[in-house]
Ligand binder design. Sequence first.
Ligand SMILES: Cc1ncc(C[n+]2csc(CCOP(=O)(O)OP(=O)(O)O)c2C)c(N)n1
Length: 632
Amino acid sequence: MLEKINSPEDVKKLNEQEKKQLAEEIRNYILEIVSENGGHLASNLGVVELTIALHSVFDVPKDKIVWDVGHQTYVHKILTGRREALKTLRKLNGIAGFPKTRESETDCFNTGHSSTSISATLGMARARDLKGEDHSVIAVIGDGALTGGMALEALNDVGYSKCKMTVILNDNEMSISPNIGGLNKFLSKLRTKKLYTKSNISVKKIIWNMPAIGKPIVKIIQRIKRSIKQLIIPKMFFEDIGFTYLGPVDGHNIVELENILRLSKQVEAPVLIHVLTKKGKGYEIAEKSPDKFHATGPFDIATGNPKKAKSPDYSKIFGNKLVELAEKNKNIVAITASMKDGTGLTEFQKRFPERFFDIGIAEQHAITLAAGMAKEGLIPVVPIYASFYQRAYDQVIHDVAIQNLPVVMCVDRAGLVGADGETHQGLLDMAFFRLVPNLTIMAPKDFKELEDMLTFAVEFKKPIVIRYPRGGEDATIQFEKHDTIRLGKCEIIKEFEPKKEETEAQEEQQETTSQTNQTNQENKVTIMTIGKTAAKGMKLAKELEEQNKNVQVINMRFLKPIDRSAVIEASKQSQKLITIEDGTIVNGLATAVKEIIAEEKLANIDLETHAYPDAFIEHGSVEELEAKYWDK
Ligand SMILES: Cc1ncc(C[n+]2csc(CCOP(=O)(O)OP(=O)(O)O)c2C)c(N)n1
């Protein structure tokens, strides 16, 4: 069946039985690809029938479907002409793991970060109405993504706008981990109203099959439905804010899904369809552990075991150290925006459940919540992925930095992340955090330094950022030296080789300083690194030494306050300065060094900068992307 599907038109031609078979084949196909390439498995297995039903009822690209987060679009990609191409999923120049308008006109809006779909869809609906066009616009959003503030802001606007559009709530009771919060409790009440729903749908079915269904009939149904519902579910939130609520409906029953989608097309107002799905559906191992198979590396289909054994990573080191520190200091609390496992907080939750807060996919709220806690004497530690910290920028400025509150902001997945592409690369955080007054910004060169920095940070009593990368240490470089962390001070991890003439010259008490400086500078290179790029710095030093250069490597440690005297000293000592950072070239280490050179009027400095360009970087492996973009 799958071989015959090259467009949504082919899906529309299938009968009920054929669609069921198609669903099964799609599941196997996705399983094969993700087990090879890695990717978001469980969410995609959960939306197979929903996606088939959507493409059976709606006509893309005329109709617009906006997928929230966008991690669940593999089925959509298969059905919209990218079946074969999906074998290149998440690879450089291959199919992206998220919707990309550049990839297909059926991907009408790029996503990657959560909770954006309802706003974008309402924008499209308003544009349609202003242009006098007539097509459907649909947002598909998970119950996890619905916990994000922006989704709630949008619901508020949609309900009020009365715009014709559909929100499909894909409720699988899971974010990455089990979903949390008051909204989730409210949804669980709706989930239990199955009896009402089934009969409701069958009534609709009958009316649907009547030859002359018209808007008046649908309006009458709506009115009756609303009054019944008010009896059964008092204070029906969605209806109260202006939506017509349809459902809940079994998200694995294509016929019921198609019926309800067709019905929604008749409603000239905002509709919310509550679809119940199972994350990981059809692959038992993922059904049992949907959190592990939310996003996965390559794995063995028979056992579900990863193909590559997991080695320790920065998140794990962070989590373990935090537990150790929290044992000694009861004021330490941890906050996660729905990323408990990814950020290494699983053990913390087990050990200190009352000091652990999963607050939903709500990074903005996480930071202001932390600010409130800090104001009252707690030490909140908030690990969030670098690209998701973008969400909380105003909160970092307005609630934490201006009030100078001791929030420990841990920026996980800083730098290139690879296969998730431009929405997930953590290349901008140094640039945007450096702008903020009162912030201290650090980055460790290795695991041990992350532990030391975390110890320093929880004692610091002011806003502080620690950025660290995805994955583990560079196994080829072992750092022996770990100086004590001191505010704004660097650490020299490789000294210049003392040369005979220099030692003699120094002993002669430097007759004229400028002359000696010139002699000292010859052949000398200073490499300044931040964070994990210390390993790159050491490798580059070796290469330069093979070219007879005399090289020192400085681990800057602090981007802010930067070790100014170290930069000045290095400029005087060296013929050449090199900066290395794993972030955008804009407003990071290179910029900070250039500012010092200009402000101190340091003359004749040969500065070489290594960073990522001022551009968004697509998906691919970290190694491939480094080769393509590093220093370009
Ligand atoms: C702003 C933001 N924060 C965190 C994430 C990481 N993330 C990706 S998917 C996901 C859970 C989404 O849950 P849900 O919307 O219910 O979709 P499901 O995977 O359950 O289908 C999270 C937290 C993100 N993509 N964007």
